[in-house]
Design a binder for this molecule. Structure first.
Ligand code: KG4
Length: 334
C-alpha cells in the first residue's frame, strides 16, 4: 500500500490530507482563515501569513489522524496553481522541503483538476465512481467551466466563463444585501425561505461559454431601482431576492450544461467546486440527470470547498503514472 501526503493552500484554506493507493482518505484536516471576514473578501497578504502559521500544525494533525509515520509516505502532492501567489508559495515550499527531507517524489496538482477528480475518492469500498467519458460542471468562486473527461489525465475544457464566475455573482449579490463573506451559503439559506419575485436580464453568448457580468449588472440595477421607490426594499425582501438571484445563476449554469449533455450524448455527469454545495444546484442537477438518463455525481459537502483530499486523489493518478515534479518548479496563479 502507498500513502500520499497532500497539501492545498491556493486561497484561504490550509489543508493537508493523507490518502492511500486505494483512494481511501485516511485524514483530511483544514484550517479556515477567519481573518478575512471583516474585509468582505480574501486579503492575499493576510492569507499567506495565516498559511505560514497554519501549515505545520495542520500537517502534523493530518499525519496523527491518519496514524501514519512520515517515513511511511510514498510521495508529497501539492497544489501548484491556480490561486493566490503568496498562498500557493507556502504550500509549494513546504511540499518541496518535506519531500526532499524524506527523499520521496513530489507531485504537482492543478487545483481545478483536483476539484473534478475528487469524485474518485472512495470513502467506502462499495462507493460508485464515475466512468469515462463524463461531463463535469466546475463552479467555484473564481471559475465556471464545463469539462469533458475522457480519462483521469485527459480533460478538455469545452466551456468557460468569458468574464465573471458563478460564485462571484452570488457573492456580489450577498454583498449588496450586507451578508458576510463568502455570501454563497447565506444566499442558499435565505433562498429556502423566499419566493422568486425578480427577473434579471442576462447576456446570451453562443456555445458552451458562460457570461455572468450582464447578470451581475442587472442584479445591481434592479435592486438600485427598487431602493429608489422603497429605501427598506432590501431588508424587507432578503429571502425573495436571494431566491431570485440563486434561480438566475442556476438557470444559467444548467442551460449550457444541458446543451453539452444533449450535444455530446454523454451519460455520466458531475458537479464540483465551492458552488456545488448549493442546494438548488444539487437538486436541479439531479433532476436534469434523471431527465437525460444520466448517472449523476454530487460531491460530499466536505469535498465541495477547498480541501487536500481532492489534491491527494488527483496526485494519486500521477503517482501511478510516475509523473513526478522537479524541485525547480514554482507556483502559477492562472
Ligand atoms: O471552490 P471554492 O471553495 O473556492 C474557490 O477556489 O473559488 O468556492 C468558493 C465559492 C464562493 O463563491 C462561495 O460563496 C461559494 O463557493 N459557495 C456557495 C455555497 N457554498 C459556498 N455558493 C452557493 N451556495 C452555497 N451553499
Amino acid at each position: 500500500m502507498s500513502y500520499i501526503l497532500a497539501i492545498e493552500s491556493s486561497c484561504d484554506d490550509t489543508s493537508c490530507a493523507v490518502i492511500n493507493s486505494d483512494f481511501h482518505v485516511l485524514s483530511n484536516v483544514t484550517a479556515s482563515q477567519k481573518v478575512h471576514q471583516e474585509y468582505g473578501g480574501v486579503v492575499p497578504e493576510l492569507a499567506s501569513r495565516a498559511h505560514q502559521s497554519n501549515i505545520v500544525p495542520v500537517v502534523d494533525k493530518a499525519l496523527k489522524d491518519a496514524k501514519i509515520n512520515k517515513q511511511d509516505l510514498s510521495a508529497v502532492a501539492f497544489t501548484r496553481g491556480p490561486g493566490l501567489l503568496g498562498s500557493l508559495l507556502v504550500g509549494v515550499c513546504f511540499a518541496k522541503s518535506f519531500a526532499t527531507a524524506l527523499n520521496i517524489p513530489l507531485i504537482e496538482v492543478n487545483h481545478l483538476e483536483a476539484h473534478v477528480l475528487a469524485h474518485f475518492i472512495k470513502d467506502s469500498p462499495e462507493q460508485n465512481i464515475p466512468s469515462f467519458p463524463f461531463l463535469c460542471l466546475l463552479v467555484s468562486g473564481g471559475n465556471t467551466q464545463i469539462i469533458l473527461l475522457e480519462g483521469p489525465r485527459k480533460m478538455k475544457t469545452i466551456g468557460k466563463t468569458i468574464d465573471d464566475a458563478a460564485g462571484e455573482t452570488i457573492d456580489k449579490a450577498a454583498k449588496i444585501l450586507s451578508l458576510p463573506y463568502p455570501g454563497g451559503p447565506h444566499i442558499d439559506r435565505l433562498a429556502k425561505e423566499g419566493n422568486v419575485s425578480l427577473k434579471f436580464s442576462q447576456s446570451h453568448i453562443p456555445g458552451y461559454d458562460y457570461s455572468f457580468s450582464g447578470l451581475k449588472t442587472s442584479i445591481l440595477y434592479t435592486l438600485r431601482d427598487k431602493l429608489k421607490s422603497n429605501p427598506k426594499y432590501l431588508e424587507e425582501n432578503m429571502a425573495d431576492i436571494a431566491a431570485s438571484v440563486q434561480k438566475a445563476v442556476v438557470d444559467t449554469l444548467l442551460a449550457k450544461f444541458e446543451k453539452a449533455i444533449k450535444d455530446t450524448g454523454i451519460k455520466t455527469i458531475a458537479v464540483a467546486g465551492g458552488v456545488s454545495a448549493n442546494s438548488e444546484l444539487r437538486e436541479r442537477l439531479t433532476l436534469l440527470g434523471n431527465k437525460h438518463c444520466c448517472r449523476v455525481f454530487i460531491p460530499k459537502f466536505s469535498y465541495t470547498t477547498d480541501n487536500a483530499a481532492m489534491v491527494g486523489c488527483a496526485g494519486l493518478f500521477k503517482y501511478f503514472n510516475k509523473e513526478f515534479a522537479s524541485l525547480d518548479l514554482t507556483a502559477y496563479t492562472r
